[in-house]
Design a binder for this molecule. Structure first.
Ligand SMILES: CSC[C@H]1O[C@H](OP(=O)(O)O)[C@H](O)[C@@H]1O
Length: 416
C-alpha cells in the first residue's frame, strides 16, 4: 500500500525525476506513471490518474519543471519541433502557451491556476532558461513542503476547534464524523486537508484511549474529553474517491471507519448508535464570500447536516482560495464525460474468492462494467457549490474562520 501520490526526486536540480501514483488502479494496484512533459502532466490530471486540488497544482507545476529540464537537453531540442530554442524569448513565448494548455486540464480547482500564475511570474522575470529552471525548482519544492506542513497545521487547527466546541457544549462522549470524496495524502503532498483533520482527531483519541487503558485501575480515571472513534466516508459516486481512496487511506492508518453509500447519509445519521458530531469536507475553490466548490454531493451533505444540527466544516489551505471571484455563481463547474458515469471502472474480482483476477502479467486486472443504457443521456458534474450559509467553519493552516452575527465570512487575510 502506498499513500505517496507524487514521487519527486529533487536530489539533483539538473536531473529531477517525477512519477505519480495511478489512482485509477487503486485500491488493488500500486503503479506509478512517469511525468516528463507538460503533455504528461495534462494527461494524468485530465484522466484523473492524479486528482485532488493541491496534488493537481503540484503535478502540473512538476510537469513544467520536467519539460524545462528537457529543453536543456541537446537530444530533445534537436528532435522536437514545438519549441524554437534559438533564444529564451521564443522559449518563453511557447511556454506561456503551454501553461494555458495545462490550466485547461481541470478548470474548477483553483490551486492549479494559482500555481501557474506564480510560474508565469517566474517566467516573466527570468532572462535565461537556466535561471527559469532554478527559480521554478525552488518554487515547486516550496509548494510541496508548504503543502505538507500546512496540512498538519490545518489538521490540528480543525481538530482543536471541534474538540473545544464540544467541550463548551459539555459533550464528552465518543463521536463519529462524516467526510466525502478523498482529501487525504492521495489528494495532496501528504496528511491531507479534511482527512488531515480526521487524522489529528484520531491522534487525539488514540492518546486518550491509551491513557485510559494504561491508567491505574484503582485511581479514578479522569475521563478525558470527547473522542472521535469512528469515521463514515461516503463512497462518492461516480468516480468513487471515497470507496477507492479514502477507505484505502483509513484502512492504511488503522482508523475505524464504515464506508457508506452516498444515498444513505440521512438514514445513517438518523440511526447511528454513535453520535455524529461533524462533517469535514475539502474544497476545490473557495470564493470571497465563502461559497465553496467541492465534489458533487457536498451541497446535499451540507443541507442534511444543517437539518440534523451537525457542524459542517470546509477544510482547505490558502492555495485553494479564489480571491477574485465574489460568489459561488462565478465558479465554472467541470462536467465529466458521460461514460465516467455510465461505466464503473475498477479491478475485476473473482466472484468465488472475492480476490482480484490477475491478468497474464500477474497483476490485478482492470476493467469496466456498464450500468446504464448506451442511449440514455446523463448529467455528470464533477463538483457542486455549497453556499456559505451552510458552512459552519472554514479550516485553514492560519486558523478556523467562522461567520459574524450577520452570517458573513471575512476571509480577507487569506487573500494573498
Ligand atoms: C484536498 S482535495 C480537494 C478536492 O479535490 C477533489 O476533487 P477530485 O477528486 O475530482 O480532484 C475533491 O473535490 C476534494 O474535496
Amino acid at each position: 500500500m502506498s499513500l505517496e501520490a507524487i514521487l519527486f526526486d529533487r536530489s539533483d536540480l539538473q536531473n529531477v525525476s517525477v512519477k505519480v501514483l495511478d489512482q485509477l488502479l487503486l485500491p488493488y494496484t500500486t503503479a506509478y506513471v512517469p511525468i516528463n512533459t507538460i503533455d504528461d502532466g495534462y494527461r494524468v490530471i485530465k484522466l484523473m490518474q492524479v486528482r485532488g486540488a493541491p496534488a493537481i497544482a503540484i503535478v502540473g507545476s512538476l510537469s513544467v519543471l520536467s519539460e524545462a529540464q528537457l529543453l536543456g537537453n541537446e537530444n530533445f531540442t534537436q528532435t522536437q519541433t514545438f519549441y524554437d530554442t534559438s533564444d529564451f524569448d521564443r522559449i518563453r513565448s511557447t511556454l506561456k502557451q503551454r501553461l494555458a494548455f495545462l490550466l485547461d486540464s481541470r478548470p474548477t480547482a483553483v490551486n492549479l491556476s494559482n500555481a501557474l500564475s506564480e510560474i508565469e511570474k517566474i517566467l516573466k522575470n527570468s532572462d535565461t532558461l537556466e535561471s527559469f529552471r532554478r527559480q521554478l525548482y525552488e518554487f515547486v519544492c516550496q509548494l510541496i513542503d508548504d503543502d505538507l506542513s500546512n496540512n498538519v497545521k490545518m489538521g490540528n487547527n480543525g481538530a482543536e476547534f471541534l474538540l473545544k466546541q464540544l467541550k463548551s457544549e459539555s459533550f464528552d462522549q465518543d463521536f463519529a464524523v462524516l467526510t466525502i470524496c478523498n482529501t487525504g495524502s492521495l489528494a495532496t503532498s501528504g496528511y491531507g486537508t479534511a482527512l488531515g483533520v480526521i487524522r489529528s482527531l484520531w491522534k487525539d483519541a488514540s492518546a486518550q484511549l491509551s491513557q485510559e487503558q494504561n491508567s491505574d485501575k484503582k485511581r479514578k480515571v479522569d475521563r478525558g474529553g470527547a473522542k472521535m472513534t469512528h469515521v463514515f466516508p461516503l463512497e462518492t459516486r461516480p468516480y468513487n474517491q471515497g470507496s477507492r481512496l479514502t477507505a484505502y487511506e483509513l484502512v492504511h492508518d488503522n482508523i475505524p471507519a464504515t464506508l457508506i453509500p452516498d444515498s444513505s447519509i440521512t438514514y445513517r445519521i438518523a440511526t447511528s448508535d454513535i453520535p455524529i458530531k461533524a462533517a469535514f469536507v475539502g474544497a476545490d475553490r473557495i470564493v470571497r464570500n465563502g461559497d465553496t466548490a467541492n465534489k458533487i454531493g457536498t451541497y446535499q451533505l451540507a443541507l442534511i447536516c444543517k437539518q440534523f444540527g451537525i457542524k459542517f466544516f470546509v477544510t482547505a489551505p490558502k492555495t485553494t482560495i479564489d480571491s477574485v471571484t465574489e460568489t459561488g455563481a462565478g465558479i465554472v463547474v467541470e462536467e465529466r464525460k458521460a461514460d465516467e458515469f455510465k461505466h464503473v471502472a475498477g479491478t475485476v474480482i473473482d466472484g468465488a474468492t472475492g480476490e482480484p483476477q490477475l491478468s497474464g502479467d500477474g497483476k490485478p486486472m482492470a476493467g469496466k462494467v456498464g450500468v446504464a443504457p448506451v442511449g440514455v443521456s446523463v448529467w455528470n458534474p464533477a463538483f457542486d457549490v455549497t453556499p456559505h450559509e451552510l458552512i459552519d467553519g472554514i479550516v485553514t493552516e492560519v486558523g478556523v474562520y467562522t461567520k459574524d452575527a450577520e452570517g458573513n465570512f471575512d476571509l480577507t487575510d487569506l487573500f494573498e
